[in-house]
Design a protein around this ligand. Structure first.
Ligand code: SF4
Length: 330
């Protein structure tokens, strides 16, 4: 069955897909995956926290919120040279996308933003796809980032709009959608997804997927995260997300947003190789490399190299590879 790219999904249609028998669901998603992507390729991205902690927001899952008492190492914005060094290391290790995250509520037009612009220019010059996640963004700021060479901007919607207020009170769902619109209008690729395992119901997950799939243009990248509970945050006692739930999310995202990259993101460290293989079969075609995902643990480079070898997967070249020097060697 070939799925078409559509932006008019209903909750009911998506619920039917999500709830279909799991092996049927995986088979359908794998079929769609093959129609739109090379299933032997997985994009390897590196995410670096360029400014950690001290965030004024209250996202219940996040150890970087200043109001929660967690043991993360808070630091100011890193220097441009240090970030470029780490980007070079990531490139050498096989990453073709480099994402820089700052724990800000929103971007401010100050010297820190000027530094981020320099970082974007530097990473772009290496031929990697450059991504940032910096909080809310105005149209003018998005244009400035685009002009510096930004390829993608991550801004997750986190969960369904009905459940959203249980998780965050310091910014609205509309604020998030407005930022996505500003990014899209600046012709930057949108990366947007969410987190499961925060106490939401099945319909909240479906609502989130429907919101993403019904954006005017599907996000180029859709991260699916399983909560990694962190001591000191309000969600510290949430139980582990069953792997079948992750597979259902990934498969459903793959079917309703067939051309997007579906990113198996946080929570991978708690999965076996076999469980990750099922996620790839269900349509995941992107992972984060490195032993940290901002502040939470992630499988290390060696574990990923072994996984790629066993599953005979290869890193997807940068979309900019045609006009750049990037040849991934993972
Ligand atoms: S998720 Fe982002 S905005 Fe929310 S508290 Fe953490 S750093 Fe701040």
């Amino acid at each position: 069955m070939t799925e078409h790219v559509r932006n008019n999904w209903t909750n009911r249609e998506v619920a039917e897909i999500y709830e279909s028998p799991i092996l049927e669901l995986i088979y359908r998603a794998a079929t769609v995956h093959r129609a739109y992507h090379d299933p032997s390729e997985v994009q390897v991205c590196t995410l670096l926290s360029i400014k950690t902690g001290g965030c004024p927001e209250d996202c219940s899952y996040c150890p970087q919120a200043a109001r929660y008492h967690t043991d993360i190492k808070v630091h100011r914005l890193l220097d441009v040279e240090e970030v470029l060094q780490k980007a070079g290391d990531a490139l050498q290790a096989g990453s073709t996308r480099f994402c820089m995250g700052a724990a800000w509520r929103e971007v401010r037009d100050n010297s820190d933003f000027d530094k981020v612009i320099e970082m974007v220019k530097g990473v772009n010059a290496m031929g990697m796809e450059v991504c940032c996640t910096l909080g809310m963004l105005t149209h003018e700021q998005a244009v400035r980032l685009k002009e510096a060479g930004l390829y993608a901007y991550n801004h997750n919607i986190d969960t369904g709009k009905e459940f959203y207020g249980e998780i965050i009170s310091t910014r609205t769902y509309e604020d998030r959608l407005d930022t996505l619109e500003n990014v899209r209008e600046a012709e930057i690729s949108v990366c947007s997804g969410g987190i499961i395992g925060m106490g939401e119901k099945k319909m909240d997950r479906i609502s989130m997927l429907v919101t993403l799939a019904n954006l005017p243009v599907h996000p180029e990248s859709v991260p699916v995260n399983a909560l990694v509970p962190v001591e000191g945050t309000p969600l510290e006692d949430q139980p582990k997300v069953p792997v079948w739930d992750m597979i259902r999310m990934i498969a459903t995202a793959r079917i309703i947003m067939p051309a997007s990259m579906v990113r198996l993101s946080a929570g991978r460290v708690r999965m076996t190789a076999e469980e990750q293989a099922l996620c790839f079969l269900a349509g995941a075609n992107s992972v984060f490399a490195g032993d940290k995902l901002l502040t939470t643990p992630n499988p290390g480079l060696m574990a990923d190299q072994e996984l790629f070898q066993v599953l005979q997967l290869k890193p997807r070249p940068s979309r900019k590879a045609e006009n750049a020097r990037v040849t991934p060697d993972f």
